[in-house]
Design a protein around this ligand. Structure first.
Ligand code: MIC
Ligand code: SF4
Length: 643
């Protein structure tokens, strides 16, 4: 039996475990990336491990999230990251150079390699045939130190593409269709592999849009084959030597097959407040809009910008709409400046933003109260834009641009004929904003610069033998890490200060939670299904740890967040019988006895609801390694014990 592309790359990198679906494997990591909002913590953790130089083939630190410097905090973090990188062997992409995933795809990604990044959209690299996975900062720190990265050997979903996209239908519509079919939890434990004749019709940036937003499926990652199109892209980036042809065997077997005829797709939107709440633009057309934002790691490539400029050319943005555009990288911005596309955008009235995440993470450009905002981004979780009642629709750049002109949601197919948009044979290449590290024998010359906002991170105690704690918070289904640890311009500067950022933990659900949790000293959070979906931010585990959360009991978990909880030493438990969820109320007293022995020897934990006087069971679906990690009180303690 032949192998899928995913299996081929994974088998090339396995260092522990067997390639058996559902079991834990350890893989060797070739490349890592970090961004600044998770990076400070990741590099503090790396320093704590005491490894002098990174052991990966290439590690890159990007500054792209916290670029609004409304106080000293972000600038201090940037300086800290820059100095750590220089000392320890990491390439440093300076602010202004662009969004991590866009730049990594352009300049560093290599087909067939493994990449982990402290950002959930790291799967963008799957657009050129990498196994690129989002992870918590601590996992990235371990990988930088040469340590193994662990995942569940995934099920593999084949998405077979046929046909060709119709004019004005975009790659965004392909991933929105996959989200409509699979939902935001449909990808958990799976890798999405794109195959079929339709693949050839998609350029690398289009493939990257699709793999990027595969994060919203909850998937481990998504991947396209590496083919002639990949070779041409890498050649145009002056990196033809990085190309290898990679594809699945013809007789590869898949766990699930989804067929999509590209020619049948229409422009679509993910409606508030979930990326899988997908409707056709034809159903939404005519809805008045207040704002349009174009950019983010999903849709900020040169190709996207060329399409937008073409649509805006010679027109004016509707008086009722604010249009903001953030080209994804310095390369993209430079090229649209050179070829006149930027001028067309400016002429039409677009507000040009720096090449960074910006509005996607609530760093400015929050919409007006109740405002309807069309965004080419990947997440539309409630409150994420910075406006609590903002209504965010996720759309393609084509829909965004044409709607910005019309003032209402508009189907871009009304534009009529579409010219052919092609990528250049040669991109404008200038890596002058990537600072290489100092030579290993001179690392002592570099002083690491720490600002006053950088506080030590909390480390868990070894696991208690009895947990008697109240249910400090009860929440529902699909809780995102944006609920658990909100981002935005006000809170993001606190990413290197866990005590301070913890004051906002669960602010979207219950502003009183941090105070209550500290008063309770120990607590358990109870939640529904797909708990912790979205971002990779380990702050969504470190803040609860700081606030005394000992365990999280839910119907099901999202992958990265569950790993982050274990790394932090918080027990992730799922209801053995989901009906028990309804029997527990916030502030019930919960008792788990002999926790250590139960975790060592069983897949179940017996829990007593003392308030209501009933017993029930929770599942703990953990590998041996994860059990040991919990007993030790998290990954750092575990690593120290083993060293
Ligand atoms: C996001 O898109 O939610 C972020 C901000 O990029 C996060 C990382 C973070 O919270 O710093 C992610 O996707 O992992
Ligand atoms: Fe940045 Fe948004 Fe991409 Fe996250 S999803 S990396 S915030 S652009």
């Amino acid at each position: 039996m032949g192998l899928t592309l995913t299996e081929k790359i994974l088998r090339n990198h396995i260092v522990e475990g067997e390639p058996v679906k559902g079991s834990e494997i350890g893989i060797r990591i070739d490349q890592t990336l970090t961004q600044d909002a998770t990076g400070t913590m990741a590099y503090l953790e790396f320093e704590a491990m005491g490894v002098p130089r990174v052991k990966t083939e290439k590690s890159v630190a990007y500054i792209d999230h916290n670029t609004l410097q409304s106080g000293f905090e972000n600038a201090d973090d940037h300086r800290f990251i820059g100095s750590v990188c220089k000392k320890h062997g990491i390439y440093f992409s300076r602010p202004g150079n662009g969004i991590c995933h866009q730049v990594h795809l352009e300049r560093f990604g290599i087909p067939g390699k493994t990449l982990i990044g402290s950002d959930s959209h790291t799967p963008t690299g799957g657009g050129i045939g990498m196994i690129a996975i989002g992870a918590g900062g601590m996992d990235v720190a371990v990988a930088m130190g040469g340590g193994t990265y662990y995942i569940t050997y995934p099920k593999i979903v084949k998405v077979e593409l046929s046909g060709k996209l119709s004019p004005w239908v975009a790659a965004k519509d392909v991933i929105l269709e996959v989200l409509r079919i699979m939902s935001v939890k449909g990808g958990v434990g799976k890798v999405i592999e794109y195959c079929g004749e339709g693949v050839k019709t998609l350029s690398v940036p289009e493939r990257a849009t699709i793999t990027n937003m595969g994060a919203e499926l909850g998937a481990t990652t998504s991947i396209f084959p590496s083919d002639e199109t990949t070779r041409e892209f890498l050649k145009a980036q002056g990196r033809e030597q990085d190309y290898t042809e990679l594809k699945a065997d013809d007789d590869a077997e898949y766990d699930e097959i989804i067929k999509i005829d590209l020619s049948e797709l229409e422009p679509m939107a993910a409606c508030p407040h979930s990326p899988d709440n997908v409707k056709k633009i034809s159903e939404l057309a005519g809805m008045k809009i207040d704002q349009v934002c174009i950019g983010s790691c999903t849709n900020s490539s040169l190709l996207d910008m060329l399409k937008v400029a073409y649509i805006l050319d010679g027109k004016t943005v509707d008086p009722g709409v604010s249009l903001a555009i953030a080209p994804g990288s310095k390369q993209v911005l430079n090229m649209i400046a050179e070829n006149g596309a930027l001028g067309k955008m400016i002429d039409a009235g677009a507000r040009i933003l720096e090449s960074a995440c910006g509005p996607c993470i609530g760093m400015g450009q929050s919409p007006n109260s109740g405002g309807i905002s069309l965004r080419t981004f990947n997440r539309n979780f409630e409150g994420r834009s910075g406006t609590k009642d903002g209504q965010i629709y996720l759309v393609s750049p084509e829909v965004a641009a044409v709607s910005a002109l019309a003032g209402v949601m508009t189907d871009p197919r009304t534009l009529g004929d579409m010219p052919e948009f092609t990528l250049p044979e040669v991109f404008t290449i200038n890596d002058n904003m990537v600072v290489p590290p100092i030579e290993a024998d001179r690392m002592d010359e570099v002083e690491v610069l720490r600002g006053p906002n950088i506080k030590p991170f909390p480390v868990s105690e070894p696991l208690l033998d009895t947990i008697d704690a109240k249910c400090g918070l009860k929440v529902g289904d699909n809780i995102t890490t944006d609920h658990i640890m909100p981002a935005g311009a006000k809170i993001l500067p606190l990413r290197s200060n866990i005590p301070k950022i913890s004051e906002y933990c669960f602010a979207v659900c219950d502003e009183e939670f941090p105070k209550r949790a500290l008063e309770l000293k120990r607590s358990i959070v109870v939640g529904g299904s797909n708990y912790g979906q979205g971002s990779s931010r380990e702050h969504a585990a470190l803040a609860p740890l700081y606030l005394g959360v000992k365990a999280v009991l839910v119907k099901s978990f999202a992958r990265i967040h569950m790993a982050n909880l274990i790394n932090a030493g918080i027990i992730p438990m799922t209801f053995a019988n989901e009906a028990d969820y309804d029997r527990i109320d916030q502030m019930d007293d919960l008792l788990i006895e002999n926790v250590r022995a139960q975790i060592e020897s069983s897949d179940r934990l017996k829990i007593k609801d003392v308030t209501k006087d009933f017993e029930f069971e929770a599942k703990i679906d953990l590998s041996e390694r994860q059990r040991k990690m919990l007993l030790a009180g998290g990954l750092l303690n575990y690593t120290k014990n083993n060293a």
